[in-house]
Design a protein around this ligand. Structure first.
Ligand code: UTP
Length: 289
C-alpha cells in the first residue's frame, strides 16, 4: 500500500555564505522574489502537492522564518481599521493552520543530510517531501505536485532532476541512469559533486525530493562525504537496489536563488509572469540591454 504524502521537511539551517552580507542577520530563505520570501514559495508549492504538516530545520538567526507564518494580529487589525483590503489579502498565503508547522534546531550545520536527520521524530514511519527553499521552480504545474504524482505511480523514492552543463557537475548531486522513458529515469547510482571527468551523467538533483523513511537509518550512520559534510545524496545512494528510486524530469524552470545570478534571474522571470508588473518590467529592461 502506498502511504499518502502529508509531510514536508524544509531545511533552512545553512549559513548562506554565497549571499553575505545580506544573510548576516537574516535568513537566506527570507529573501524576497518580487514581493514574497523564498520560504513562502516553498510552503505554497508543498500545499499544492497535498502537504499538511511542515518541519523547518532551523538554526540561529532564523526566527523570522517561523514568525512569517504566524498571525500578525496588530498589523492585521491596523489594516482592517484602515480598510486596506488588498494588503490584507496579500497576507493570506503567509498564514498557516495552527499547529501545522513545527521546528527543530540543527544546532551545528553539518550538512543537508544531518539537517534531514534532525527531523527524524517528525518523519516517523511516513514518506516525506524535502524542499530546499533556495531552489525556486517556475512551472505551470507546481514541481512538488509533479513529483508527488510520480511517487504515487512508483511507490518509491523520487527526486526532481534536470540536465546541467557537463562542466558544472561538481556543484550538484548527479545520477547514474538506468532505464529512461524521457520523463522518469531509473536511478542506479548517485554521486555528490563529482568532477566532470568522474560524473556518471549530467543529470542533477534539484531541491525537491520525496523519500521513504528508511533513508533516516542511513543518515544516522553520520558518514561524512563531499566537503566533509553529512550528505543526503550518500544516504540516498544506499537505498538503490533496496527500494524503487527514480528521477523525474520535471516541467518548469529552476532558479538557484542561493546564488546571486540565479536570484537576479528569478526576480526578472517571476516579475514577467505577474500581470500587474510585466509591462513595466519589460519596458525598463530595454534601458539596460
Ligand atoms: P546550501 O548548499 O545552499 O548551503 O544548502 P547554504 O549554507 O544554505 O548556502 P551557502 O552555500 O553557504 O551559500 C542547501 C540547503 O540545505 C540547507 C540550507 O539551508 C539550504 O536550504 N542546509 C545546508 C541545512 O539546513 N543545514 C546544513 O548543515 C547545510
Amino acid at each position: 500500500m502506498i502511504k499518502k504524502l502529508r509531510k514536508a521537511v524544509l531545511p533552512v539551517a545553512g549559513l548562506g555564505t554565497r549571499f553575505l552580507p545580506a544573510t548576516k542577520a537574516t535568513a537566506k530563505e527570507m529573501l524576497p522574489v518580487v514581493d514574497k520570501p523564498l520560504i513562502q514559495y516553498a510552503v505554497e508549492e508543498a500545499r499544492a502537492a497535498g502537504i499538511e504538516q511542515f518541519c523547518m530545520v532551523t538554526g540561529r538567526g532564523k526566527t523570522a522564518l517561523v514568525e512569517h507564518f504566524d498571525v500578525a494580529f496588530e498589523l492585521e487589525s491596523t489594516l482592517r481599521e484602515r480598510a486596506k483590503s488588498e494588503a490584507l489579502e496579500a497576507l493570506h498565503g503567509a498564514q498557516s493552520e495552527p499547529g501545522s508547522i513545527v521546528t527543530v534546531r540543527q544546532q551545528v550545520p553539518l550538512g543537508l543530510g544531518h539537517a534531514i536527520w534532525c527531523a527524524r521524530a517528525f518523519i516517523g514511519d511516513d514518506p516525506f517531501a524535502i524542499l530546499l527553499p533556495d531552489d525556486l521552480v517556475l512551472a505551470d504545474k507546481p514541481c512538488l505536485l509533479q513529483l508527488a504524482e510520480a511517487y504515487y505511480e512508483t511507490g518509491g523514492n523520487v527526486v526532481a532532476v534536470t540536465e546541467v552543463p557537463p562542466e558544472h557537475t561538481n556543484r550538484y548531486g548527479i545520477l547514474k541512469v538506468g532505464s529512461d522513458d524521457g520523463r522518469l529515469v531509473e536511478v542506479t547510482g548517485l554521486v555528490e559533486k563529482p568532477a566532470p571527468k568522474d560524473a556518471p551523467s549530467n543529470l542533477s538533483i534539484i531541491g525537491r525530493y520525496i523519500l521513504l523513511p528508511k533513508v533516516i537509518d542511513y543518515l544516522a550512520l553520520m558518514e561524512r562525504g563531499a566537503g566533509n559534510e553529512v550528505q543526503l545524496t550518500d544516504a540516498m545512494a544506499r537505498l538503490i537496489g533496496e527500494q524503487p528510486f527514480h528521477g523525474l524530469r520535471y516541467e518548469g524552470r529552476r532558479f538557484d536563488c542561493g546564488d546571486k545570478i540565479g536570484y537576479l534571474e528569478a526576480q526578472i522571470a517571476f516579475a514577467l509572469k505577474r500581470p500587474d508588473l510585466a509591462a513595466d518590467v519589460r519596458a525598463f529592461l530595454k534601458n539596460y540591454v
